[in-house]
Write a protein that binds this ligand. Structure first.
Ligand SMILES: Nc1nc2c(ncn2[C@@H]2O[C@H](COP(=O)(O)OP(=O)(O)OP(=O)(O)O)[C@@H](O)[C@H]2O)c(=O)[nH]1
Length: 334
């Protein structure tokens, strides 16, 4: 004979307002002592659970975030409410980024250094993409960032992560010399693009997309440097406080995230997941978001141009055929 010491009600996070009546009925029949709210990894935000908790006066103890037994997390009211209100879960994001210990990562340090000097090489791009993949399932990350979960739901986890992986394969197929360059070497010797495409098992256009994105990032780096900015301030090492400050800024202006994502392609178009490297850089460089914001304010045309470029495959081809004389996106930000 089993004598349970604790009865738990497991409730699907997507149940909505039916949560109240269901919880009430269960409470009356089985007097449960706590609640587990499942499927919080999906689109559901679990708003109905609030009324379930209120009517039954029973706490939520865990949330389910996946299909495995290990995908149970301790329920954190603050995170839950932030997500419910769509303002992102800054605290979890900070903890997550900190848990990666990027400040001890040599290539990450080098990227930050380069960026401060107004440089952003293909290797920096590769580092950023790899870091982004290290952060775990993208939908989990997206749900922590204000305004980003909507965008992710348009593009989809699988599509986004496979695009990022493709970009990584492309950069993995580059030589040391190419990676450490600003990318112009590909403009001067276009046959390199063909070689990389063959190595990565993709088309030359896809390689050119990667190069184009790196050019945009590098234009940002140049702009950031020209504008000066506070990055030279002593103690401005990437870390908790700066992170918090940076994310606060993002939170105050959630539209910016969306703009940034749109700028690099958003849904549709071969540029699809292009927003990712940018997001990653922003998350890892506390000053970047500020500077990017400033830059876009000063140069609103850039955003439009970039958007058009990414959404128009014909334009890509035209650019491809013009290789030689092309200053590319890099010139645009100046
Ligand atoms: N993504 C995700 N899937 C979940 C979560 N919790 C449960 N699932 C999946 O949802 C499906 C249904 O889960 P069950 O535990 O069988 O649900 P149940 O309420 O006992 O179902 P019945 O016995 O049919 O009433 C399974 O495929 C689970 O793996 C979660 O938190 N996230």
């Amino acid at each position: 004979m089993i004598v349970p010491t604790q009865t738990i009600m497991v409730m699907d996070g997507s149940i909505g307002q039916a949560a109240e009546s269901q919880a009430k009925a269960f409470k009356e029949s089985s007097q449960f002592g706590s609640i587990i709210l499942t499927k919080m990894d999906g689109h559901a935000r679990g708003g109905g659970a609030i009324s379930a908790v209120a009517t039954t006066k029973t706490p939520i103890v865990f949330i389910g975030t996946g299909e495995h037994a290990t995908d149970l997390e301790i329920f954190k009211p603050q995170s839950f409410i932030s997500k419910l209100l769509g303002i992102g879960d800054i605290q979890s994001l900070i903890e997550h980024v900190q848990s990666l210990n990027l400040q001890d990562d040599e290539s990450h340090k080098k990227t930050i250094e380069n960026f401060k000097e107004g440089k952003f090489t293909l290797r920096d791009f590769q580092t950023q993409m790899n870091n982004f993949m290290k952060m775990g399932p993208l939908t989990n990350i997206a749900s922590m960032i204000p305004g980003m979960s909507n965008i992710m739901s348009q593009v989809g986890e699988e599509e986004t992560s496979s695009k990022i992986k493709n970009m990584i394969y492309i950069m993995d197929s580059m030589t040391t010399k190419e990676l450490d360059s600003d990318g112009r070497i590909f403009t001067q010797e276009p046959e390199r693009i063909i070689r990389v495409a063959r190595g990565a098992g993709c088309t030359a256009v896809e390689v050119e997309m990667v190069l184009q994105q790196q050019r945009m990032m590098s234009a940002m780096a140049v702009n950031a440097k020209n504008m000066g900015g506070p990055q030279g301030a002593p103690g401005a090492a990437p870390g908790g406080n700066n992170m918090a400050r940076m994310m606060q800024q993002a939170q105050q202006n959630p539209g910016f995230m969306q703009q940034a994502m749109n700028m690099f392609g958003g849904a549709g178009g071969a540029g699809g997941a292009g927003g990712m490297p940018d997001m990653s850089a922003m998350m890892n460089n506390p000053n970047m978001i500020q500077q990017a914001q400033q830059m876009m304010r000063q140069n609103p045309g850039m955003m439009q141009q970039a958007q058009q470029m990414m959404q128009n495959p014909g334009m890509m081809q035209k650019m491809m055929s013009q290789f030689g004389g092309m200053g590319g996106m890099g010139g645009m930000g100046n």
